[in-house]
Design a protein around this ligand. Structure first.
Ligand SMILES: [Zn+2]
Length: 122
């Protein structure tokens, strides 16, 4: 068992710092896997709706741990749209995932977004 198993980046930011700061050569294979996933998921990607950027842990409900299955929902912290993490079949450059919205916008949501855009402009 590594001290980094079940690492929750929202609740344990010091551990995240420590893991990211460790010399790659001193990591066990599990630790380096954890770090690989952590680095990809800490990358902030733009919300498809409001274009504010957030990472996987910020969009999760606070229970998401590195590399474990997460059954909660992802939500944009800025506009609160429900997001899904999309991993393209062909990995290009970048973190290898992006956000997509889970549901098409409702009429209410579209009205809210129009307001948000207006507020930004004004
Ligand atoms: Zn958003």
């Amino acid at each position: 068992m590594s001290e980094f198993s079940k690492l929750n980046p929202i609740k344990e930011p010091e551990k995240v710092k420590r893991l990211l700061g460790m010399n790659k050569h001193n990591l066990t294979s599990i630790e380096s896997q954890t770090r690989y996933v952590l680095e990809r998921h800490l990358t902030q990607m733009p919300c498809p709706v409001c274009h504010e950027k957030c990472n996987v842990y910020e969009a999760a409900d606070g229970t998401k741990t590195v590399g474990d299955i997460y059954e909660g929902e992802f939500k944009c912290p800025a506009c609160e749209v429900i997001l899904v993490q999309v991993v393209p079949f062909f990995m290009g450059a970048g973190p290898g995932w992006h956000w997509a919205r889970k549901h098409p916008p409702t009429a209410e949501e579209r009205a809210k977004l129009r307001e948000l855009h207006r507020a930004k402009k004004g």
